[in-house]
Design a protein around this ligand. Sequence first.
Ligand code: ADE
Length: 235
Amino acid sequence: MTLCYIVAMRAEAQPFIEEYGLELKENFFAPLPCMLYEGEVNGSRLCVVLNGAQHNSDLVGCEAASVATVKAIEAIRPDLIINSGTCGAFQSQGAEIAKVYIGNGAMFHDRRVPGDDAWATQSVGNYDVWQGSRQLAKALGMPMAKVTTGSSLDMQAIDLEIINRHGGQLKDMEGAAVAFVCSLYQVPVLFVKSVTDLCDHSADTFETFSRNLHAASQALRNANKRIIEHLTLHA
Ligand code: ADE
């Protein structure tokens, strides 16, 4: 089995790259900035693809995530794509800093296309996740929630309205883009998201995100370790 992680920020991936001693495959995606780390766990191939960097910062957002996912699927032919990263979530729904969730769906909350149902449906996306996600979450005792993706760290009133209308819970900047590409290739996608900030509580999102990034990334490593062991031992 081949598992392929798509991760936006190095800080989010580094703890489990180190945990498994994954090796950098130099220039694998050249000339693109995406980076491949690779290793073997319990007889399965484990790949971690980072979006890479530009302007001296890790590439976050839908465009970079889409490019990385296309290239990863074409070059690695994974059995499962796993999008792992941090997110904002809602304290009113029980979210806490560094709590880790498995995704049960993915939507966009900042693509507003007026018109008929078909355009609205395409804009929001509402992509399915890997059918084994629920069983995995149950086996590991992890909560599930719906990923909602937009191109901004902040949240405008119209974003919240769409999030509420479609039941979004885990606000990130890549998930639905990864799910979109996976839907085109018919490759299953699993989401693992760790909370850095509370959208209905944090005063300054960027400051809160930055302060909690380390703790959320450690929690991601611990969760991903359990997930990788489970998936590779039950393959
Ligand atoms: N990643 C971490 N926190 C986020 C937030 N509040 N919005 C979008 N992406 C995030």
